[in-house]
Design a protein around this ligand. Sequence first.
Ligand code: PAF
Length: 283
Amino acid sequence: MFVFKSIKLLQDHLSENRPKFGKVGYVPTMGALHQGHLDLIAASKAKGCYTVCTIYVNPTQFNNTEDFEKYPSTIEQDIVKLTQNQCDVLFLPSSAEMYGAQVVADKYNFGTVTNSFEGALRPGHFDGVITIVSKLFDAVKPDAVFFGQKDLQQCMVVKHLINKRFSNIQMNIVPTKRESSGLAMSSRNVRLTDDERAVAIRLYEALLFVKQQVLAGVSASEVISIAKAQWLNHPKLKLEYLALVDADTMEQHELVRPEIHYAVIIACWCSNVRLIDNVLLTD
Ligand code: PAF
């Protein structure tokens, strides 16, 4: 695997190799890699792409300093995993390389996609995500990109960005990888104790219950209040949202209609770790 820290060296390498390999597939990450990330690499390789991964913990997308400071970093193990999973190139930029002297995000408004749920609860988060993803897409110039469904709202934000600025890039959303308990894999899971992990699986159980009930015709508000009482009423859990949404626009819905593509989404603190997860009604 080639490792580059500068955009110039990365671009020189890619323009030399692009004609040989055809398509460049790209997996942006913040490191602390788990099987969910490796599935994204596998999806890119399965499409025959010359595969580039980035590890860069982007400061501008953290609305909470403690979350940024505690974000896990396992770079040596990450490099071993990427090599074992046939990743072709790792791009490891510094903040100076990505932002220059001013590490600040631009402002974006894509309507409900940026302003609801994660956008409302984590002010500036999507400004940071869109700013860095734009810079990374400009640096890598990928043909296809691979994002995990766990961050569903982020996927929709990136889809909008692609439609607006990068229409030649093909977006691929890869299903959430789960532990055998059902807990969605996340880099933040390493901060959960065994007891917290055992409680955290309630998020997925609540999602599956809401999905089953809304598909049976029960209204979202009714089933969500039952789910809150049965699964999420626990001293270690603090729910931020549980909602039925249009999976493309992130608008909240009460009842299922056939023409819309829905998801049930959740954000919940488990002690001091914020977890998000979702299920599509079509899964
Ligand atoms: O999902 C992530 O890991 C990050 O938000 C991303 C897309 C790498 C941007 O920093």
